[in-house]
Design a protein around this ligand. Structure first.
Ligand SMILES: C[S@@+](CC[C@H](N)C(=O)[O-])C[C@H]1O[C@@H](n2cnc3c(N)ncnc32)[C@H](O)[C@@H]1O
Ligand SMILES: CC(C)=CCC/C(C)=C/COP(=O)(O)OP(=O)(O)O
Ligand SMILES: [Mg+2]
Length: 301
């Protein structure tokens, strides 16, 4: 895509493009808002964690805190170690997602739907040696991810583009596996899984890690509503995920409740100087059972 293309002018470029060039679907006003949101995002909790090793994530963490590595809270290097620890837990989350993709060959293509700044894409390439294609609504994020890929010398394998994950420029059956890492709460799940089902090869694997509201609670709690308002997203229920997958030839192979595994990350983050104000909503909703952190891996049949 022309480097002058920004998230905000995608629609007009679409109408001016020739037929041989991929023409992005017209953005909805909502998608325009989300593109602008991520174009302007620069929270220290994301940038300073990414600076630890150059893997920039926009997702949360799992696993136990290594208190020995954190050490003494009173010494001058504590905050630096805390940031490294939060980042380690976020990368552990991405490793778990990649693990559930199953065996991937070097000549396979993977699709990261809602790729953010590309941290998961880089990890996928480093793990499997394969090609990884990412899509995001944000031109700033796509530029950032492609710059990182160039810096790492992997730009021929890792590539982000500005486009709608509901209408991706990939051929039917092209992907050996695809995923959404905390990006499915921005779209209708039936539309999303129909598109994954299209781009995945039969026998391919789809994985999502997501926050979802718990049908046993009844409806989205006030904490879930607060998270929705904070991120301008629309958190779905666990039931909606499973139903929309079933309707789109995606058969769950693993359904893992990661809620207990993510709580230590939130407890640690709440003590840091990088808090954003959303920590209480995550902690309270995970604890009162109204909200859950789930991994779902499904086979495309
Ligand atoms: C919370 S971030 C997650 C980023 C990344 N998956 C990660 O783990 O670091 C959400 C991402 O979803 C993307 N997104 C939201 N709606 C989208 C859509 N309709 N099409 C493509 N990307 C979308 C945003 O642009 C953003 O990159
Ligand atoms: C689990 C749910 C409901 C996720 C909503 C999507 C989202 C914004 C994820 C984290 O992004 P981020 O890393 O940019 O957020 P933060 O700045 O809070 O770290
Ligand atoms: Mg973050």
């Amino acid at each position: 895509m022309d480097p002058s293309v920004t998230s905000a002018n995608l629609t007009s470029v679409a109408t001016a493009s020739s037929a041989s060039v991929f023409i992005p679907a017209p953005m909805t006003p909502y998608q325009g808002d989300i593109a602008r949101y991520w174009d302007h995002e620069a929270r220290p909790v994301n940038l300073r964690l990414g600076d630890v090793d150059g893997l920039y994530h926009h997702h949360y963490g799992i696993g136990d805190v290594d208190h020995a590595a954190l050490g003494d809270a009173d010494d001058g290097e504590y905050e630096k170690r805390l940031i490294a620890e939060l980042h380690r837990l976020e990368s552990a989350q991405a490793e778990l997602l990649l693990h559930h993709l199953g065996p991937i060959e070097r000549d396979d293509t993977l699709v990261d739907a809602g790729c953010g700044r590309g941290g998961s894409m880089v990890m996928a390439h480093q793990r499997f040696g394969c090609k990884v294609e990412g899509v995001t609504l944000s031109a700033k994020q796509a530029d950032f991810a492609n710059r990182r890929a160039r810096e790492l010398g992997i730009e021929d394998h890792v590539h982000a583009r500005v486009c709608n994950m509901l209408d991706m420029p990939f051929e039917t059956g092209q992907a050996a596996a695809s995923w959404n890492n905390e990006s499915s709460m921005y779209v209708d799940l039936h539309d999303l899984f129909a598109e994954h089902s299209r781009v995945l090869a039969v026998g391919g694997r789809y994985v999502t890690i997501t926050g979802c509201w718990n049908p046993r609670y009844g409806q989205p709690s006030k904490w879930v509503s607060q998270i929705n308002a904070h991120f301008e997203c629309n958190i779905h229920s666990r039931r909606e995920y499973l139903r929309a997958m079933a309707d789109n030839r995606l058969v769950p192979q693993a359904v893992v409740d990661l809620t207990p595994a993510t709580l230590p990350y939130w407890a640690l983050r709440a003590t840091s100087s990088l808090v954003t104000g959303i920590e209480e909503a995550f902690i309270n909703s995970y604890k009162d059972g109204s909200f859950q952190y789930f991994l779902i891996a499904a086979d495309r049949v």
